[in-house]
Design a protein around this ligand. Sequence first.
Ligand SMILES: [Zn+2]
Length: 138
Amino acid sequence: MRKKNKKYPMTSAQRSKKWRLDNPQKYEEKKEYNKNRHRELKVRVLTYYGNGKMACVKCDFEDIRALSLDHIDRDVGVRFKGRTTQLYKYLEVNNYPKGYQTLCMNCQFIKRDEDYECFTYYERHKRRAQDSLVEALS
Ligand SMILES: [Zn+2]
């Protein structure tokens, strides 16, 4: 069992839970504030990678809820597992490096299918080689 610490009797998770229950109003405000900050960051990043317009670069779809950032070449560029805010922040801080584009989820899935992105790196290269062989023969 965890030894009791006299100075900090609660863990930080317990402290934040207590604060959350003691200040429901403030908690909601904070949640709203963070949501807005994330949305503003997303708008800035997606607008930059949508060539100055917050829309899909392939089909001009504009609903932010279905827009996402695409790694143009899947095997290049940084990734943050499950944390899009981290990626957006990274891109903004690093002055928008090349290699990304704004895509809607439709175009994202179509691209995934066409580029064999659902395969592993080696499977993908094998598939590409096979397909170009088939094309060359036909
Ligand atoms: Zn699209």
